[in-house]
Ligand binder design. Structure first.
Ligand SMILES: Cc1ncc(COP(=O)(O)O)c(C=O)c1O
Length: 391
């Protein structure tokens, strides 16, 4: 029997090979410092865990509406009002199984076979597979240090063709941790809108981004482009990766079609996760998440200082997502070899650039500082020893 082309062509995460090797090392009694994982070590805020415990009392937990629990959609809208001073109609919010599912729905709803979708190289690898799965053509636009490895309006204009249907952005970005300056984001959206293109904007790391000079939270794209398709999640800021809960905010005139796709694809997101997630918006949970963001910024400082002392350059300084994307070309190793040897020789796991595109594939390595602070310290000490050993 023949498998579908999309299954045959789907790329795995290249870094999975390192996960396997790390597991072998650990089984042999060598603790591995994991600076490869995109998940904060904190877990869900305590009030969310308490709420989940209560829900596990044997009560039936039936499906929710396909678009999600009305109370949770209200709470998410309230979060945008209070934090971002943006009015979002709860009816436009679609609760999903993580940002992953929100991305899937957004692309399913907007991309037709043969349509071109612009995205940055380097960027989050799953977007490429999702677009391809729906027959779309991925147009990876090379970026550089000048645009902080993000798209800008001139690169979008340059890459645009008659077949371009959408632009996918993530601000802040995985793997670089950098945001698109807000005026530039507005310019990209304006240009894309003027050409009738969809703006699919992944804000999964937005709440972790540095506040502006006056202490205000980084702004959502919705404050400049209310018709953008916004992707977000409970995974990162709320520390709920394994709970599989996220959301999309979509323009009002496509809600009905997105709802039909949602009910056909997955019926609804996890009911207990949705109910417990209501507690994520309690003041105590939000205060806890802000403390964690501050802690992540402190870890970023530790990593940047250590990389500087080690002599590894960070061409773009991150301002949001808990990643640092550093250049290893000065070591004489390519990125893959660097990661392989760092894992084998000093038991630190990292992610080579190959997973994120081609521009920085051989030169750059992603380090996640979402691991516990002591692990970050230990990891940087070991990396220092490793680089010193290279001479
Ligand atoms: C940019 C980006 N978008 C989406 C996701 C998927 O997140 P979720 O756990 O919400 O599905 C990730 C996960 O690392 C990510 O980095």
């Amino acid at each position: 029997m023949k498998l579908a082309e999309r299954a045959l062509l789907a790329e795995p995460f290249h870094a999975m090979a390192f996960g396997q090797r790390a597991a072998e090392l650990e089984a042999a009694g060598h603790p591995v410092i994991k600076l490869s994982l995109g998940e904060p070590n904190f877990g869900a805020p305590p009030a969310v865990r308490d709420a989940m415990r209560e829900l596990m009392d044997g009560r039936p937990l039936p499906y929710t509406a396909a678009l999600g629990l009305p109370s949770l959609r209200q709470a998410i809208a309230g979060f945008y009002r209070d934090r971002h001073t943006v009015e979002v109609d709860p009816a436009h919010i679609v609760v999903t199984s993580g940002a992953s599912c929100a991305l899937l729905l957004a692309v399913a709803a907007t991309v037709e076979p043969g349509d071109e979708v612009l995205m940055a190289d380097p960027s989050y690898p799953c977007n490429r597979e999702i677009v391809r799965s729906f027959g779309g053509r991925v147009v990876s636009v090379p970026t550089s240090v000048r645009s902080r490895y993000q798209l800008d309006s001139s690169s979008v204009a340059h890459a645009w063709t008659d077949r371009t249907r959408a632009v996918m952005l993530a601000s802040p970005s995985n793997p670089t941790g950098t945001s698109i300056p807000f005026d530039e984001l507005a310019a990209i959206c304006e240009l894309t809108r003027s050409r009738n293109g969809w703006r699919i904007v992944d804000e999964i790391y937005l709440e972790l981004a540095d506040p502006d000079e006056s202490g205000m939270p980084a702004r959502s794209v919705l404050s400049t482009d209310p018709q953008a398709l916004v992707i977000n999640s409970f995974s990162k800021y709320f520390g709920m990766t394994g709970w599989r809960l996220g959301w999309a905010i979509v323009p009002g005139d496509i809600v009905e079609q997105v709802e039909r796709l949602a009910m056909n694809y997955f019926l609804c997101a996890s009911a207990p996760a949705q109910q417990a997630a209501l507690a994520a918006f309690e003041p105590s949970s939000l205060a806890e998440c802000e403390r964690r963001s501050a802690e992540l910024r402190a870890r970023r400082k530790i990593v940047l200082e250590a990389l500087n002392a080690i002599g590894l350059s960070v061409p773009v300084i991150p301002d949001g997502a808990f990643y640092v994307y550093f250049d290893v070309s000065g070591t004489g190793l390519d990125a893959w070899e660097f990661c392989e040897r760092a894992l084998s020789e000093v038991h630190v796991s990292l992610t080579p650039g190959r997973d994120f595109g081609v521009v920085t594939a051989n030169t750059h390595v992603r380090l996640s500082y979402a691991a516990a602070r002591e692990d970050v310290h230990e990891g940087m000490t070991r990396l220092g020893e490793f680089v010193a050993s290279l001479g």
